[in-house]
Ligand binder design. Structure first.
Ligand code: MLT
Length: 207
């Protein structure tokens, strides 16, 4: 880990060992932090640069990327403001660390802010893996996602994210022009071996 410049978010940055791999923007779930997804990033795209911010909102002491009022009920104003704030961080980090557009690898709350980042600024990311993302409202009008590759991984028995919502998100991002791959694995909200294998295979092609 190198010395961290102040880019507005507590974060970790792991430099690339292979500059041909797209960097990964790691976005943790509720209660995670900047350390959480580093091992997953290293496992899925071994030599890529890793950029991992910590969400700034605290829910009972647990970091998140935006405020929610209840499970599946988001504070929409905070969602928008925090998305912009995180987008500024990504822009600043790209300059500071000299990075091309990263692929977001987001889990749960991190996956939700990842699709928001993409819709707000289609040039910000080089793609996204959205693991257990949800779509609690219709975010239309949509930006033009112009072939951006996206992998959506849903769990058939996910008690937090109804699988229909993940399917709707896949349809919506497809409607916006993204190149969407949608996979449903046997499992709940937690990640399974199938998630890792699908994400690894997708990154080998798109990362
Ligand atoms: C969210 O609020 O982003 C979703 O409910 C996922 C979660 O963090 O549990």
């Amino acid at each position: 880990m190198s010395e961290q410049p102040d880019l507005g978010f507590i974060h970790r940055f792991v430099p690339a060992r292979d500059d041909t791999r797209k960097p990964l923007l790691l976005l943790h779930g509720t209660g995670g932090d900047e350390n959480d997804l580093i091992p997953l990033g290293e496992r899925l795209s071994a030599a890529a640069a890793l950029l991992s911010p910590r969400g700034k909102v605290l829910e009972n002491g647990m970091p998140r990327f935006f405020r929610r009022i209840a499970e599946g009920k988001w504070d929409r104003e905070d969602f928008n403001t925090r998305t912009i704030e995180l987008a500024h961080f990504v822009v600043a980090a790209r300059v500071a660390y000299r990075l091309p557009p990263p692929i977001a690898l987001g889990f749960s709350n991190g996956a939700n802010v990842a699709w928001s980042l993409m819709l707000r600024d289609p040039d910000l990311l080089g793609g996204a893996i959205l693991m257990r993302a949800m779509l609690p409202f219709d975010p239309r009008p949509l930006s033009d996602l112009d072939g951006i590759p996206v992998l959506i991984l849903a769990g058939i028995d996910d008690p937090l994210v109804p699988v229909d919502q993940a399917a709707l998100l896949a349809a919506l991002l497809g409607e916006a022009g993204a190149d969407v791959t949608y996979e449903v694995v046997q499992g709940g909200h937690g990640l399974t071996a199938d998630d890792l294998s699908l994400a690894g295979g997708w990154l080998a092609k798109n990362g």
